[in-house]
Design a protein around this ligand. Structure first.
Ligand code: FMN
Length: 236
């Protein structure tokens, strides 16, 4: 591990310690300077999924993880609609809502999940609906918990904004107060060879990230945190 005390952000190196039964290809691992949980290091959004069913207990563990996510005033705004290939009609309904670009690859995912959030919350004092400006933030926390839980049991997820939320509202009779926000493709990792050439090329490209120093500031916006001596904070 590199110390945060160094004056400049350390050069990231390829991530090392992984634990999954189904590891991502090495080129999908982003170089990192500091350790992170295995599920975070291993997560990426594939377009090719394996022709292998998802065990119900693994699928349901994803929603348990989402349920445990924090939310403002414990409002718990997230709701999910789950479509599994071969079970009911939810999968086909969700698939029809996807953009044609996403349909090109998402058909291989055994599971599609619609995530929606309520836009208002009940005020504790007045017991009436009040605006809930953090609803999508809190939905995002729940979705990331779901994605990381999936990753920790060997599954991969790919979130998509490319779908028609109004069509989803009609297909599933979603109440007006709820906003359909994202559809998540989930399943076991497939082979890139099964994709059309342009998608295969994207599947085989490295993932890119901004450097930490561009994201994390110290005393002033834009001023690198690495200019501070954080060891002083440790001993304060
Ligand atoms: C809210 C959201 C919407 C996205 N929508 C799409 C989409 O419609 N189609 C798609 O192929 N990928 C979509 N993605 C996936 C992103 O392109 C992907 O997360 C990003 O390129 C980073 O890659 P990684 O997830 O592999 O780290 C979406 C991701 C998020 C979080």
């Amino acid at each position: 591990m590199t110390s945060l005390m160094s004056a400049t952000e350390p050069t990231p190196s390829p991530s090392g310690k992984l634990h999954q039964e189904q590891q991502p290809p090495r080129h999908k691992l982003v170089a990192t300077s500091y350790p992170a949980m295995a599920a975070i290091l291993e997560r990426w959004s594939p377009r090719s999924f394996a022709d292998r069913p998802v065990e119900p207990e693994k699928l349901l563990s994803m929603f348990e993880a989402a349920r445990l996510a924090p939310s403002a005033h414990n409002t718990q705004p997230a709701r999910f609609i789950v479509g599994c290939q071969g079970a009911g009609i939810g999968y086909d309904r969700l698939f029809r809502c996807l953009s044609t670009g996403n349909q090109l690859w998402a058909h291989s995912a055994r599971v599609l999940i619609l995530a929606a959030a309520i836009r208002t919350r009940l005020s504790q004092r007045e017991a009436e609906p009040v605006p809930y400006p953090h609803c999508m933030h809190d939905l995002g926390l729940a979705v990331m918990s779901l994605i990381l839980q999936a990753q920790s049991v060997g599954l991969f997820c790919h979130p998509m904004a490319g779908f028609d939320p109004e069509q989803a509202r009609r297909e599933f009779e979603i109440p007006p107060l709820f906003e359909p926000m994202v559809v998540i493709a989930a399943g076991y990792l497939g082979a890139p060879e099964s994709l059309p050439p342009d998608l295969r090329q994207r599947e085989e490209s490295p993932r890119t990230r901004r450097p930490l120093s561009e994201l994390v500031f110290g005393d002033t916006w834009g001023q690198s945190l690495w200019q501070l001596d954080l060891s002083e904070a440790e001993s304060a």
